[in-house]
Design a protein around this ligand. Structure first.
Ligand code: HEM
Ligand code: HEM
Length: 433
């Protein structure tokens, strides 16, 4: 065997697993950091971090209302690196929601959801739901005032879903309120069912990416040469991984995961808020009829997201951020409109008299449901008409404008819910929350 062959064989065995996850060569244009920002890879690393730290936490954690809180206190105070372990799991869980969400936006805004990437997009949507669910089920485990009441409020949102809502809520809680059966259910979902589902779906997600021929390539890069996965891709992944790990370690050394007093089912804090990623929904509930806030609007958004790849469009806009110069301009307008619409909506419903009091004879399903829904949908429709005329938008750019508008207005609702709602969920300045 020549020296060259021997080195190649050694290298192959050293990078065997990595070369199984990747093809041997990738399109050089897809290595550009600003195309993906390494977000998919970060999400994969976060799964590994959560599984490893979660399995270690399991050695010490006791899933019962009597012992859960003390087991966490004990873990933090008496176990070497116990606090660090909990901090890493806690901050990585938050990073995971952000990273998965930003990765979703990056694939949407580079047009990477259309066939042949439809399967990748749809497995991605399922992963997004699981990431939020794994966060929500973990939230309860410390069994302090924050976790108990956030889960009580979060699960109460379910009861507004017609017919199936209340049975689903009771099945999840294992009773009428959060208690021992809830902790058992959440613990088993959190440390067993959900991680297994995430790992299985992630494998499927990766396979779909491979089947689609790798990460999206813009038309202008079609002629871009191929580059060897090792070292060009592997080295970049290594840098992203080390940076993410370093950031998590630094944050976890400086900031402790919160732990309030032990859960007290008899005393509800005011305001009682859902976990931060559900605050947009809780905020919607203040303005809209519950049927619209927690059922019609979220289900419409989900169905639209699943349907998005299959909307016919003949343009080839893809692989560049915001698709085209017209795409960038229309996205900016949509973002500004989404922000202004949401702020006006929140202030109007604060200033104007409550329609349910003003028009008691009309069903709230109309006054706080269908009417505001039609008004909002009408504004979006008018904006799209205007954008299409002004920028001669193609189908993909129109879809993008709607996504931008939805995401920005939901972000405003979320920020309002988290930072601007005080006692009784009244509007207050953040320093008075
Ligand atoms: C897959 C992604 C995962 C996410 C997003 C996640 C998220 C969370 C969150 C938000 C908490 C509450 C942390 C706190 O406030 O202290 C938590 C706690 C916990 N998780 Fe996970 N987790 C994941 C995976 C796992 C796995 C795989 C296991 C074990 C097999 C696990 C075991 C635990 C345990 C025992 C706790 C209670 C300890 C504590 O609250 O600090 N987690 N998780
Ligand atoms: C556990 C969560 C997730 C993991 C581990 C993951 C992992 C990855 C990786 C490694 C890539 C290739 C590199 C990159 O684009 O950064 C990728 C691509 C992709 N992901 Fe995800 N992802 C996750 C969640 C999601 C979500 C929430 C969505 C959207 C709903 C999504 C949709 C896609 C799409 C459409 C692609 C193809 C992008 C392209 O071809 O340019 N993924 N994912």
């Amino acid at each position: 065997m020549t020296e060259h062959h021997a080195t190649e064989k050694r290298e192959k065995s050293r990078f065997g697993l990595i070369l199984h996850l990747h093809p041997r060569k990738v399109k050089a244009s897809t290595l550009r950091f600003t195309l993906t920002f390494g977000l998919g890879g970060m999400a994969a690393l976060l799964v590994v971090i959560q599984v490893v730290t979660g399995l270690l936490l399991k050695f010490h954690y006791e899933p019962s209302p009597e012992n859960a809180y003390n087991s966490i206190l004990n873990l933090q105070e008496s176990l070497l690196f116990g606090k660090m372990l909990r901090n890493i799991h806690h901050w990585s869980a938050i990073a995971f929601v952000w990273v998965a969400f930003l990765h979703m936006l990056r694939t949407a805004f580079t047009g990477a959801y259309r066939p042949p990437r439809d399967g990748t997009w749809i497995t991605g949507l399922a992963l997004m739901l699981l990431v939020v669910l794994s966060n929500f089920t973990g939230y309860l485990l410390p069994w302090d005032q924050l976790s108990y009441w956030a889960v009580t409020v979060g699960t109460s949102l379910l009861s507004y879903i017609p017919l199936a809502g209340e049975p689903i809520r009771r099945a999840l809680l294992g009773g009428a309120e959060v208690g021992q059966p809830t902790l058992t259910n959440f613990f088993n979902l959190h440390t067993g069912v959900i991680p297994l589902m995430i790992i299985a779906l992630m494998a499927w997600h990766f396979w779909r990416i491979r089947r689609a021929g790798g990460v999206i390539v813009a038309d202008r890069d079609k002629e871009s040469p191929m580059a060897d996965t090792k070292p060009y891709l592997v080295n970049r992944e290594f840098v992203v991984a080390i940076t993410l790990l370093a950031a998590i370690f630094i944050i976890s050394s400086l900031l402790d995961a919160p732990l309030r007093e032990r859960a007290n089912p008899a005393f509800s804090p005011n305001p009682a808020k859902a976990p931060w990623y559900f605050m947009g929904l809780q905020e919607l509930l203040i303005h809209f009829h519950p049927l619209f806030a927690v059922f019609i609007l979220p289900v419409t958004a989900l169905v639209a997201a699943v349907w998005m790849p299959y909307i016919k469009s003949t343009d080839r806009n893809q692989g560049v951020w915001f698709l085209s110069p017209a795409g960038i301009r229309s996205a900016r307008m949509a973002a500004a409109t989404g922000m202004i619409m949401a702020i006006i909506f929140i202030t109007m419903s604060e200033i104007l008299p409550d329609p349910e009091v003003l028009l008691p004879e009309v069903t709230p399903l109309l006054t706080t449901g269908l009417v505001p829904f039609i008004l909002a949908a009408g504004t979006v429709w008018l904006l799209l008409k205007y954008l299409r005329r002004r920028y001669s938008l193609k189908r993909s750019e129109m879809i993008q404008s709607i996504v931008v508008l939805m995401v920005v207005s939901y972000a405003v609702l979320t920020v309002t819910g988290i930072f601007f709602r005080g006692g009784g969920m009244n509007l207050v300045w953040p320093w008075n929350v």
